[in-house]
Design a protein around this ligand. Structure first.
Ligand SMILES: Nc1nc(=O)c2c([nH]1)NC[C@@H]1CN(c3ccc(C(=O)N[C@@H](CCC(=O)O)C(=O)O)cc3)CN21
Ligand SMILES: CC(C)C(=O)C(=O)O
Ligand SMILES: [Mg+2]
Length: 264
């Protein structure tokens, strides 16, 4: 069983094989997800909400992500491990290099950063120095206070065009993967077709190359409210490994996300 790399995911894209990603924060869940066949695991700054109980992702630190990345990395054999760079850890080139180095040395194989045009120089710098980058556009939760809430992004022709331009520019700067979150399905389709790198969607419809969800939503244990683009797979299966397999199967077959999980 060979390790998944960004070139594996590019092959999946070219073959039209839909792949699956989940967040993970510890070795035991990571091991279960990996052994059931989840292709990509993300140590997400969503940990600020689902692990730490905050209302947003802003309080998460580089040390938090590094600790959970070390835990997850010990649990996996096959999946590609991505670590989120947390809020304000990549505001300057110096910070970006130092903090991305910490996360790679904690066991990540790629780092993820939220943003568009302003990030191009950092993406180029990281990639040239040996750190692969996953970009993240659309509803970028670290900007929740700029957006005025967790609101769908990319509605209207101007906003859609800006996000498409940013996606192309990030690919040109060297990004090897792109996450698009909470955007209209038409825009997600346009971006996925315009890029050669794989595009992973969350709240972006069934048109992207892969799907990602927060593990707590899939297992129905998010405290409070579950976003409407997400799905509790434990309810229909009653067992964690079966829930993960159901998620993988539904993504592979194009059953998830359905219309009810998609924004227009
Ligand atoms: N448990 C959990 N699941 C997630 O998917 C998630 C997190 N936490 N934390 C980090 C970010 C924050 N996310 C969120 C949180 C809320 C909405 C939300 O309330 N969305 C509205 C749509 C609003 C609109 O129509 O503009 C919804 O109804 O789902 C979306 C994404 C996604 N991520
Ligand atoms: C939801 C995914 C894309 C994420 O960034 C996170 O879990 O932090
Ligand atoms: Mg995140």
């Amino acid at each position: 069983m060979s390790k998944i790399t960004s070139s594996t995911l590019r092959t999946f894209k070219n073959e039209g094989k839909k792949f699956t990603a989940l967040t993970a924060y510890d070795a035991s869940f990571a091991n279960a997800f990996d052994s059931e066949g989840v292709d990509v695991l993300l140590v997400g700054d969503s940990m600020g909400m689902v692990l730490q109980g905050h209302n947003d992702t802003l309080p998460v630190t580089v040390d938090d992500i590094a600790y959970h990345t070390r835990c997850v990395s010990r649990g996996i054999k096959r999946a590609l491990l991505i670590a989120d760079m947390p809020f304000m850890s990549y505001a300057t080139p110096e910070q970006t290099m130092t903090n991305a180095t910490t996360l790679m040395q904690a066991g990540a194989s790629m780092v993820k950063v939220e943003g568009g045009h302003w990030l191009l120089e950092s993406v180029k710098m990281l990639t040239e120095r040996g750190i692969p980058v996953c970009a993240h556009l659309g509803l970028t939760p670290q900007s929740v206070h700029v957006f005025g809430g967790f609101k769908i992004q990319g509605r209207g022709a101007d906003n859609a065009q800006r996000i498409l331009d940013e996606a192309k520019a990030l690919e040109a700067a060297g990004a090897q993967l792109l996450v698009v979150e909470c955007i209209p399905v038409e825009l997600a389709k346009t971006i996925t077709e315009a890029l050669t790198i794989p595009v992973i969607g969350i709240g972006a419809g069934a048109v992207t190359d892969g799907q990602i969800l927060v593990m707590h939503d899939v297992l129905g244990i998010s405290s409070g409210y579950i976003p409407r683009f997400s799905k509790n797979y434990l309810k229909q299966t009653g067992e964690i490994r079966s829930a993960v397999r159901a998620y993988i199967d539904e993504v592979a077959q194009g059953v998830f996300p359905a219309e009810e999980h998609t924004f227009n």
